[in-house]
Design a protein around this ligand. Sequence first.
Ligand SMILES: [Zn+2]
Length: 117
Amino acid sequence: MNLKRMLFKLYGYPILFLAIGIVLLLFFGLFVPSIFSNSEKFANVVSQSKNIAPNIILMFMGLSLVTSIYSSFRLWKWEKGEGDFCHSCGGITRYIINGKYSPHYRCLACGKNRAEN
Ligand SMILES: [Zn+2]
């Protein structure tokens, strides 16, 4: 079983949300104000951009926190031996509702698919 791959897939969304939040914070907090800082017309845009930046990073940090708690909960259940496992390696599976042929489970560790029972 590929534990690193499983952990990366498990915590990919929290990391992604945090990265998006940081990028948007830099964009609205630094990039937009620096572009429009010399223009009188866009003074309102600059102030609104500076006001919205902390709210955006807080929103994405919240999303990251919620998804990481959910991932940790799944990892905890897996450690206890509860929940759904991969038939091949025993890793955590993700339910994919709109699969190519049918809904199925995909292992986060080895990537093998298993049809829904
Ligand atoms: Zn597997």
